[in-house]
Design a protein around this ligand. Structure first.
Ligand code: FE
Length: 344
């Protein structure tokens, strides 16, 4: 999986040597930057294209769903990567643990990214926000809907809840946030209660839970907010999305749990100035508007409006506890998930 210019994404056999040549040129050209990305090409390519148009700096990307942190670690200072782009805070946390990042001190980033969504030392920055929502069946759960994450442990919802694996990053982060607010004992009781209410063994991704509601398997699910947009944009999944109502949990107390996609500068970066330009660009209004429209995420930059769909859900209060404080509890959250046998 070599670093490739974007126009090599669908390289045919005959074009491989051309792409290799481009890579060599990119590697020695001053005006380039190399990105390892957990974020998908459909989302980031349009943003990188705009960046290149605006600055003349070529962006080369390696996309992978897994293993980029491990790859950066094994490549060490020889890594060609300048930037790590992640789809979740869990990957950032792993990168911090692997000691492969270097801090960025940027007034632009400090202005564009609220302090709760960036590292106090500048090791990482959030780029987009997503709310961890409760969704409920429009038709079957019309009364006594859950209003807090804590409510999901109430016996009245026995056999009504579907979630993905409790060990997935999104779920671990939510459990870690419950620990951060209530302590490990309370969080353990809560998680055990949610497990007791599951309609089926945890399986599938977030969207699969909404599909299960639309098919009558359960009435309640927990999903990231942008998947509502993704389902409505997909003909085959529109009926899933339309079978549920969206609830922003914990509006009367701490607010809804948020996660981020993020960005960081690698320790190995050889194109540091260009990399910082790109990171700053990603937090700016043009890139933030593309994130909002293409993927229905909340812009991290509060000067940019969410998509029309996301705006239609209205304003809400979010849990502004620093992500760094939630992260401390990820290990404990993962252990609790095993202890209560959440996925069994
Ligand atoms: Fe996702």
């Amino acid at each position: 999986m070599p670093i490739r210019p974007k126009n090599c994404a669908i390289a045919l056999a005959t074009a491989v040597s051309l792409c290799t040549a481009l890579v060599s040129t990119a590697a020695i050209a001053a005006e380039s930057v190399n990105v390892y990305s957990y974020r998908q090409p459909f989302l980031i390519d349009p943003i990188f294209d705009e960046f290149t148009k605006a600055t003349g700096i070529e962006v080369n990307t390696v996309f992978a769903k897994k293993g980029l942190v491990e790859r950066l670690k094994s490549e060490g200072k020889n890594s060609p990567a300048d930037i790590l782009l992640t789809s979740d805070f869990g990957n950032i946390h792993a990168a911090v643990g692997a000691d492969i990042l270097q801090p960025v001190n940027s007034d632009v980033l400090n202005a564009n990214v609220p302090s709760e969504f960036r590292d106090p030392d500048g090791l990482w920055f959030g780029l987009t926000n997503r709310a961890r929502l409760i969704v409920v069946s429009k038709d079957r759960l019309t009364d006594n809907r859950p209003a807090r994450y804590e409510d999901l442990a109430n016996p009245e919802y026995k056999g009504k809840i579907c979630t993905r694996s409790g060990k997935h990053n999104y779920m671990v982060a939510l459990t870690a946030s419950v620990i951060a607010h209530a302590g490990a004992d309370e969080a353990g009781k809560w998680l055990n209660g949610v497990k007791d209410n599951l309609a089926r063994k945890p399986q599938g991704n977030d969207r699969a839970q909404v599909k299960a509601i639309s098919q009558g398997e359960c009435d309640i699910a927990i999903i990231n907010s942008y998947y509502m947009g993704a389902m409505l944009d997909d003909e085959e999944q529109t009926t899933w999305a339309n079978s549920v109502d969206v609830i922003f949990p914990n509006q009367e107390d701490r607010g809804t749990h948020m996660n981020i996609s993020g960005v960081a500068l690698t320790k190995a970066s050889k194109n540091r100035d260009n990399a910082i330009k790109l990171i700053e660009y990603l937090s700016g209004p043009d890139a933030q508007a593309i994130y909002a429209e293409v993927n229905h995420e909340y812009p991290i930059n509060k000067s940019v409006k969410p998509s029309a769909l996301v705006q239609s859900w209205g304003e809400f209060n979010y849990d502004a506890i620093p992500l760094a404080d939630i992260t401390e509890h990820r290990g404990a959250a993962s252990r609790l998930t095993d202890e209560v046998g959440y996925d069994n």
